[in-house]
Design a protein around this ligand. Structure first.
Ligand SMILES: CC(C)(COP(=O)(O)OP(=O)(O)OC[C@H]1O[C@@H](n2cnc3c(N)ncnc32)[C@H](O)[C@@H]1OP(=O)(O)O)[C@@H](O)C(=O)NCCC(=O)NCCS
Length: 326
């Protein structure tokens, strides 16, 4: 019988520099108390000058390969989920490929914002299940500190930098039992970086309008995130053929503790089952879920046989969920 598709190895990397809420108090009119009570975030990591998304991705990938006991030349496909690529063209996956030394692999980016890791995971699953590829690398990597508007207190307190990676292949470890993905392109305006593409190419005007920074309608995103994640969680659990009480650990996209609390309440799962790292890293977009999964496995929070629910949400809008059995 063919083996299921799952996780051969996991790894992550976060930059050394820690930025606390107290530091943000000096940049914008905010307070540690406001940030902690409204979001659950205490600190985040900030990439060093010259440290780019592909550099974070490289370190996370090297850790995942070590965990999988594989070499860069064993990889067939590199997928990098990011909304902060090193440059608009070519893909960060190709830049990673050169740094990693994996000339035999195909490489491309996945653009699904904060949901990107899960979208990449589902793509990897298809390539492995079909027999097209044996080992697919999925990375979520972001340097959000370079697209955040450090004069906008409504967004700059929320985000951080980091990267996580997984090698997907034939294994019973982290077996993918069910997945669901969704998108709603009518809500593009709720969360976007408007400048730098063909709609608004870089110009003196676009820079003056701060169009190259992230813009967000936080209240609307909050509402859609709760609904989208709760519905996706429900559907993934149903498709896996298990009951909500059988879920051992929930690894959600880490945007805001209040969003996560509302999601698991709707899904009928107690907060004690949720793995959180948003307090230490903030929202790392595509990197959040995979870094959290790595930490949950490495800390022993997820054990063999456990049912794990991944649930994500992001700009687009995009959302998704998956049930794994570890
Ligand atoms: C951004 C977010 C934390 C704001 O929390 P909120 O409880 O909705 O707060 P509101 O937007 O209603 O703002 C309340 C007040 O706090 C102020 N405020 C906003 N950011 C602030 C900050 N960093 N410090 C202090 N006050 C702040 C607002 O200006 C507003 O003041 P006003 O009432 O005088 O206008 C919340 O909406 C959120 O998390 N949204 C989802 C964001 C997200 O997850 N995005 C990524 C999705 S992948």
């Amino acid at each position: 019988m063919t083996q299921p598709v799952g996780f051969l190895g996991l790894g992550f990397y976060v930059p050394q520099r820690v930025m606390t809420n107290a530091e943000l108090e000096k940049l914008v009119e905010t307070s540690d108390e406001w940030i902690r009570t409204r979001t659950g975030i205490s600190e985040r990591r900030i990439a060093a000058e010259g440290e780019n998304t592909s550099d974070l991705a490289l370190k996370a990938t090297q850790a995942a390969l070590q965990d999988a006991k594989l070499k860069p030349t064993d990889l067939d496909l590199l997928l990098v989920a990011t909304m902060t690529p090193d440059m608009p063209c070519p893909s960060t996956a190709c830049i990673l490929q050169a740094k990693l030394g994996a000339p035999q692999a195909a490489a491309m980016d996945v653009a699904a914002a904060c949901s990107g890791f899960l979208f990449g995971l589902v793509m990897a699953q298809q390539f492995v299940a079909s027999g097209t590829y044996k080992h697919v690398l999925v990375v979520g990597a972001e340097v959000l500190s370079r697209v955040v508007d450090w004069t906008d207190r409504g967004t700059c307190v929320l985000f951080g930098d980091g990267a996580g990676a997984a090698v997907i292949g034939r294994t019973a470890q982290g077996k993918i039992l069910s997945t669901i993905l969704g998108s709603d392109g009518t809500k593009v305006d709720l969360l976007k970086v408007p400048g730098g593409g063909t709609a608004q190419p870089a110009s003196i005007q676009s820079v003056e309008a701060r169009a190259h920074f992230l813009k967000m309608n936080g209240t609307e995103v909050f509402k859609h995130a709760v609904r989208g994640m709760a519905d996706a969680a429900h559907e993934a659990i149903r498709r896996a053929g298990i009951q909500p009480e059988q879920v051992t650990c929930v690894v959600p996209h880490q945007a805001n503790v209040r969003i996560i609390e509302a999601v698991v309440k709707k899904a009928g799962i107690p907060m004690e089952k949720v793995f959180l790292n948003v307090d230490r890293y903030g929202n790392m977009s595509a990197a959040s879920t995979i870094v959290a999964l790595c930490e949950a496995v490495q800390s022993g929070r997820i054990k063999k046989g456990d049912y794990v629910l991944l649930v994500v949400f992001g700009a687009g809008l995009t959302w998704g969920a998956a049930v794994l059995q570890w």
